[in-house]
Design a protein around this ligand. Structure first.
Ligand code: PDD
Length: 278
């Protein structure tokens, strides 16, 4: 695979970052994951818009202009194999001579872009659904920033894996926020409920697509606070992300969700999503 690092294209195996990079020392950086279908980036403007808001959130100047990002991503897609790819990009606050929490005076950001193959989730996950656990959301209060400091998310995801599950649903003060690496939707009495975008969750690009598709097809939907009780008594639960698209959660904390099988609204939404992404 060919990657981009600080102005150069090179094989992934040759890419090196100094150990004094603040991304390595402090997780001081932001990132995006952008799906590519049939060699075309999906919702690129939305991902680049969120990247800008993440950079603003950590007070780091964008190292590239919008059209320069677009051109760079096109080059990375062209340099790599596969019709469907996932672009990972990250920008860190770079390296300084010494380890110091305060920002360096002169900032040379580290810019890294790579492509990996994008595989759809296994057919069995769409057909039979996945299991999840719940946990207290113990992250910071700026979950709207897509930061590379993902220690809490990694620990929360691993708890699900250790329990034989695929994702951890996060609850804060009695309300649903999101998943460890996904957004979560609740279907209750034929209404699609989504937690409202705020500083306690990542504003998912897929989340927006789901709400747009619901609106376009006239399905009742609301972005509003979702109570833990509503999660536990949901008819359907869905997980969304750029790499997983939309998946049905059929067990939560070892109890069946609704009928314990992917629901009818899920089947509809998956079909609309598959149609829309091409
Ligand atoms: N994660 N919430 C969190 C905490 C996430 O990490 C992600 C995505 C999402 C969904 O956002 P989107 O629909 O824009 O992908 C929500 C990416 C895929 C990752 O870290 O690999």
């Amino acid at each position: 695979p060919t990657i981009y690092l600080n102005g150069e294209f090179m094989p992934l195996a040759e890419a090196r970052v100094p150990v004094m990079d603040r991304g390595f020392l402090f997780g001081d950086g932001v990132y995006e994951v952008i799906p590519v279908y049939s060699r075309r980036p999906f919702r690129l403007d939305e991902h680049l818009g969120r990247l800008q808001r993440s950079l603003d959130g950590i007070r780091l100047a964008n190292p590239l202009r919008g059209d320069a990002w677009t051109a760079l991503i096109a080059q990375i897609i062209a340099a790599n194999e596969g019709e469907d790819q996932q672009i990972y990009l990250q920008v860190t606050r770079g390296a300084d001579g010494k380890r110091n929490h305060a920002f360096p005076k002169e900032i040379q950001p580290t810019v890294f872009v790579m492509s990996e193959p994008l595989l759809p989730p296994p057919a069995a996950q769409r057909a039979q659904g996945i299991a999840a656990i719940s946990a207290a959301d113990n992250r910071w209060h700026r979950c709207d920033i897509k930061a590379t400091s993902l220690l809490a998310n990694c620990l929360l995801r691993q708890r699900a894996i250790d329990a034989g599950c695929a994702e951890t649903l996060l609850l804060r003060d009695g309300f649903l926020t999101e998943g460890a690496a996904s957004n979560i939707f609740v279907v209750k009495n034929d209404v699609i409920l989504a937690p409202p975008k705020n500083h306690l969750m990542l504003p998912g690009v897929t989340y927006d697509v789901i709400l747009e598709l619901a609106a376009r097809h006239g399905l009742p939907h609301q972005a509003r606070d979702v109570l833990e009780e509503e999660v536990r008594t949901a008819d359907e639960l869905w997980l969304t992300s750029s790499t997983k698209e939309v998946l049905p959660i059929v067990r939560l904390d070892d109890k069946p969700v609704g009928g314990g099988r992917p629901g009818p609204l899920y089947a509809q939404m998956l079909a609309w999503y598959q149609d829309y992404k091409r």
